[in-house]
Design a protein around this ligand. Structure first.
Ligand code: FE2
Length: 289
């Protein structure tokens, strides 16, 4: 059976048919997958059954596999073969009732992974190991389309501006800078509109969970503009919603998409194995316009 890229009926995403990712992948197929990822922003592989090492091998097609941003004590993740590249997104608990993984339960607001770092990782891979009977969908938004949908009057207000990306490891709620102090939070000023280094397309680069303020604006105006940009980037017209099945591998381009998680029954187990691929600094689209 040969490889087939089948576009999903959504503003982004394609399903990859006819490949067992446990098997060796030809150089031609690797090139096809890489281009399909650039073209479609996210790829879905159904019915996979990958070991940790096999998942890392697949990720390495797309670049150097990334290390975790915060290598703090990983509780019981060692039992999953934790080596610094893997994050277990899991609501599993140990005998004492403590979560054994990361990002355990409930909704998670829209975000780019690691936009608060100087060189955010460019791709994220999630492999579904245990899936609840309902809920827990991963939503992805096409930030090329979001950029195109910004009204011209609003665009003039954000041109050449930077946005402060700050993250304090919450799943929901905006960072409270006055309470914590920026020096105590991982943060990075990033272009508000970025030039994708490979597709050369412009993408909006803000998210409700991590974008804290726009440079040079009063807090009220900054908040109002960010709120308008969130509304555009979370609109159904630019969103694909992935309903998980056990064995899915979902991967996306973290430069031109944001993602979120819907809530799910906390009494049911949800375990996903995550890894990433390193990226470079974000380039302002305005600088080359
Ligand atoms: Fe994420």
């Amino acid at each position: 059976m040969s490889l087939e890229i089948r576009k999903i009926d959504a503003p982004l995403g394609a399903e990859v048919i006819g490949i067992n990712l446990c098997n060796p992948i030809s150089e031609d197929d690797k090139k096809t997958l890489y281009q399909a990822w650039l073209d479609n922003i996210c790829l879905v592989f159904r019915n996979q059954n990958l070991t940790k090492d096999e998942q890392i091998n697949v990720a390495s097609i797309f670049g150097k596999v990334g290390e975790r941003a915060t290598p703090k004590k990983r509780r019981n993740e060692d039992k999953h073969g934790y080596d610094g590249t893997i994050m277990m997104v899991s609501n599993d608990r140990d005998k004492a009732g403590n979560y054994t993984g990361s990002l355990p339960d409930g909704e998670m607001w829209w975000h780019h992974d690691m936009s608060y770092r100087p060189e955010p990782h460019k791709a994220t891979f999630l492999h579904g190991l245990e899936i609840p009977s309902h809920g827990g969908e991963t939503q992805l938004s096409n930030m090329y389309l979001a950029y195109e949908q910004i009204p011209s009057k609003l665009k003039t207000k954000i041109i050449n501006k930077k946005v402060l990306q700050a993250y304090d490891f919450a799943l929901r709620g905006r960072v409270n800078l006055s309470e914590k102090g920026l020096e105590n939070i991982q943060h990075q000023w990033q272009p508000i509109c970025i030039l994708h280094p490979e597709t050369k397309r412009t993408a909006l680069y803000v998210s409700r969970l991590i974008s804290a303020s726009i440079e040079g604006l009063e807090p009220t105006e900054s908040f109002e503009i960010l709120e308008q940009l969130y509304e555009i980037s979370e609109n159904r017209s630019v969103v694909y919603e992935h309903s998980w099945q056990k064995g899915d591998l979902l991967m996306w381009d973290n430069r031109c998409s944001i993602h979120a998680r819907k809530t799910f029954p906390s009494e049911q187990r949800r375990v996903l194995r995550r890894c990433t691929v390193e990226g470079g600094p974000m380039i302002s689209a305005d600088a080359v316009a």
